[in-house]
Design a protein around this ligand. Structure first.
Ligand code: BJ8
Length: 429
């Protein structure tokens, strides 16, 4: 995976990674990526950048982070889209998403967590226990958030394992009290970041940070809109990859690269050019986030006669919907605007969470979806419970849906493929 012209091993040694296991992880990542992404046909040329980012996922980007640390910048790790990147950028920090999408150190993890914990949480802990994630080891501070019960409890363990771990509280309801709690938590986080970095957030630095993060969001929103075209101009897998890279690339470079790909895709749309023929069954993925390298379901779907045209997910539209109001003035006004924007995230940990169904229905319409794949990780009560109602409501509105409950193993791939194949057949009847 590393750049052949540069030896990254000393960096990994400095970060005290478990080199043997890290090599094994890189090999799996490289092979999975090669098998799934490189076998796709007619990809936009702009994907070359994202292929490069993936090939340098533990190489060049880590070097950039370490160089930035050497120049006094702080690296902040997060596990949730509720952590405002705006605050991190406003102290000249670098935010990296740490959500992990592969099983690691499973035996060790299951000594600390029950087996019936969702794969995402187990993976988060496994990457720490196995010392295989250079992003995690490069962090000056890691922020956990009190969202679902599994995460809350796992963070108590991570707090013992990670020297500068910070737990942020979260409301369960989006009432005025809930918003006030989120605001208070963001202000506490602001203080923590200022203390860590030795830099005070000013209205000017916060304004610039808001514009930078909005730029990223606008770029992925533009990409999402272009996927409404039939034939679909980009695969769901490539779009998911762009949304995954959102969480660890340099923000400005990411925005430019997404806009480049959008320019190219606009031409494709104009020329009626797609990655699959016009009329191919169009599916929406909806549910739990899919972190790198969790590409199992999209790979199954797009290996069949279907295309994914949207992700109702935190690594997707749920995470990037809306922007912070740039007309907000002064520190107070900007913090309020940040709270308002983040309160629009319709995570299933909220009760009630009715906006989510409305958003799913909107996405079905916008992207001309034929059916919805409700994706849930085993033991994820928030999304698995909501999936029952979402399925019923969609079917009532004449939109077929299928519920897929799985984990990171490959054992059920064949069975899932059979079910999705039957679902696609049902849609084309
Ligand atoms: S805002 S979705 S990123 S919490 S899959 S760990 S919910 S048991 S990830 Fe999430 Fe923030 Fe919400 Fe988004 Fe728990 Fe479910 Fe596991 Fe989950």
């Amino acid at each position: 995976m590393s750049d052949a012209t540069f030896d990254y091993r000393p960096l990994w040694t400095d970060l005290e990674l478990n080199l043997e296991d890290h090599d094994a992880l890189l090999e799996v990542l490289s092979k999975t990526y090669g098998d799934i992404f490189m076998s796709q046909k007619n990809r936009p040329e702009g994907m070359t950048y994202f292929d490069f980012v993936m090939s340098e996922i533990h190489g060049l980007r880590i070097k950039e982070l370490m160089d930035a640390k050497g120049n006094g910048h702080k690296v902040i790790g997060t596990y949730c889209t509720f952590v405002p990147e705006e605050l991190v950028l406003a102290v000249d920090g670098i935010m990296v998403g740490l959500c992990a999408g592969a099983d690691f150190a499973v035996d060790e993890v299951e000594r600390l967590l029950p087996r019936n914990t969702c794969a995402l949480i187990k993976s988060t802990l496994g990457f720490k226990l196995g010392r295989v994630c250079p992003y995690l080891e490069a962090c000056d501070m890691v922020i956990g958030e009190n969202t679902c019960d599994g995460k809350k409890k796992a963070y108590e363990i991570l707090d013992r394992l990670i020297p500068n771990f910070y737990a942020m509280d979260m409301p369960q309801m989006k009432s005025s009290e809930g918003k006030a709690l989120l605001r208070a938590e963001y202000l506490k986080l602001k203080e923590q970041l200022e203390e860590l970095s030795g830099k005070k957030i000013t209205p000017e630095t916060l304004k610039k940070a808001i514009e930078t993060v909005n730029g990223k969001r606008r770029a992925v929103q533009r990409l999402a809109r272009l996927r409404a075209a039939d034939p679909a101009p980009i695969s769901g897998l490539d779009s998911l990859l762009v949304n995954q890279v959102f969480f660890y690339d340099n923000p400005e470079r990411f925005t430019d690269s997404v806009n480049n790909i959008c320019d190219e895709i606009e031409e494709r749309v104009g020329a009626d050019e797609g990655v699959k023929p016009k009329g191919t069954t169009r599916l929406l993925m909806s549910g739990c986030p899919m972190a790198v390298p969790n590409w199992k379901i999209p790979a199954v779907v797009e290996g069949l006669n279907a295309i994914i045209v949207g992700e109702e997910s935190c690594i997707g539209e749920r995470g990037s919907r809306g922007c912070v109001d740039e007309s907000a003035e002064g520190m107070e006004g900007m913090v309020d605007a940040i709270v308002e924007r983040y309160c629009e995230i319709d995570c299933a940990i909220f009760t009630p969470n009715t906006e989510r169904l409305m958003h799913i229905k909107n996405m079905v319409k916008k992207y001309r979806v034929d059916g919805v794949v409700l994706y849930g990780l085993n033991f994820c009560s928030p999304y698995l419970i909501e999936a029952l109602d979402v399925e019923k409501e969609l079917e009532k509105g004449g939109i077929p849906a299928i519920r897929i409950e799985t984990d990171y193993s490959q054992e059920d791939t064949g069975q899932i493929k059979t079910r999705i194949e039957a679902f696609i057949e049902r849609l084309s009847d």
